[in-house]
Design a protein around this ligand. Structure first.
Ligand code: AMP
Length: 302
């Protein structure tokens, strides 16, 4: 634990470079100690859940967290519950040393990096938070059980850390919708903060999985964001025109195998009717080689 040196939002930040903690008891002790050392009353705690292999998208979440709170906790845990059989759990990039170094540059207080044994000491356990109908659509259709596993670990992390705010990226739009629903439906205390998608030059949304792409695939993958941009530019003509514009660009790329392209109502996350007007969101998922990529964009269907 470091001595107080930095200020954020007018309060003394009691921690400066990340403490890397891998046990629940250790995390709670550290946070309790930090709370006692903060003279301004109960510090505002912000949690940023991640699976590591951090990039500038994750760091944008952390920067936002830093603005919102006094103590920023970043969790790094590749959650086996949200990976299906045959998915990339064993090959998902694990780069803890580099992640901690990156987090040190943006002022994170605590990195919570538990082992699987710490999170699931008796195996996966039988209790699940279930995502319901929307959890079976789109990403949930391609990855059965993914969202139940995701919500279950988010629930555990909230119980472990006890944050006031949880920060998520708009990149995973369906995840955001389902976490918002869980927080509301189960009367969780934290509020959610959603950070816009961070893209590389050329439009590709940053993703830990992009490191699996060779240059030719990376170039082809730009069709996803280009398709979304084309859709947004014709959204005034309706959902069908938007879909057609996106599909034309994506289908032109033989290396990109489209899984789904759908326009949803942000209120329900269900596909919009053909005559839908107002705000909507286009979701896209595709395989580029064996790498699954997702992206999304807001559409104004007026
Ligand atoms: P992950 O490590 O992939 O589970 O992502 C952790 C968090 O970072 C999630 O809330 C993601 O939505 C968010 N995230 C990942 N990539 C991006 C991005 N390119 N822009 C904004 N947020 C992102």
């Amino acid at each position: 634990m470091n001595e107080p040196t930095a200020t954020h939002g007018g309060r003394v930040n009691v921690l400066t470079t990340p403490d890397v903690i891998d046990t629940i008891a250790g995390l709670r002790a550290t946070l309790a100690e930090a709370g006692e050392r903060d003279s301004g009353g109960r510090p505002r705690l912000v949690l940023v859940p991640t699976m590591g292999a951090l990039h500038a998208g994750h760091l944008a979440l952390v920067r936002r967290a830093r603005e919102l709170g006094d103590i920023v906790v970043v969790s790094i845990f590749v959650n086996p519950l949200q990976f299906g059989a045959g998915e990339d759990l064993s090959t998902y990039p694990r780069t803890l040393g580099e992640d901690v170094a990156a987090l040190a540059t943006v002022g994170v207080d605590v990195v919570f990096a538990p082992t699987r044994q710490v999170m699931y000491p008796h195996g996966p356990g039988s209790t699940r938070v279930t995502a319901g109908n929307v959890g079976t659509l789109y990403e949930g259709a391609a990855r059965p059980g993914h969202f139940d596993g995701m919500l279950t670990v988010v629930c555990k992390l909230i119980n472990i850390v006890g944050p006031d705010v949880v920060v998520f990226g708009q990149k995973d739009a369906q995840q955001v919708f389902l976490v918002e629903a869980m927080l509301a439906d189960l009367d969780f205390r934290p509020v959610i903060e959603v950070v816009p998608i961070v893209r590389e030059e050329g439009g590709l949304a940053l993703s830990s999985r992009n490191r699996n792409l060779v240059e030719e695939q990376r170039a082809a993958a730009r069709a996803l964001s280009a398709g979304l941009a084309a859709a947004a530019s014709v959204a005034g003509r309706g959902a069908a025109a938007a879909e057609e514009a996106a599909r034309a660009l994506i289908d032109a790329q033989p290396l990109v195998k489209l899984d789904y392209l759908v326009v949803v109502d942000p209120q329900t996350f269900l596909p919009v009717a053909a005559d839908h007007h107002g705000p909507a969101r286009m979701l896209v998922a595709a395989l580029v080689g064996s790498t699954r990529l997702i992206d999304n964009a807001a559409l104004d269907l007026n």
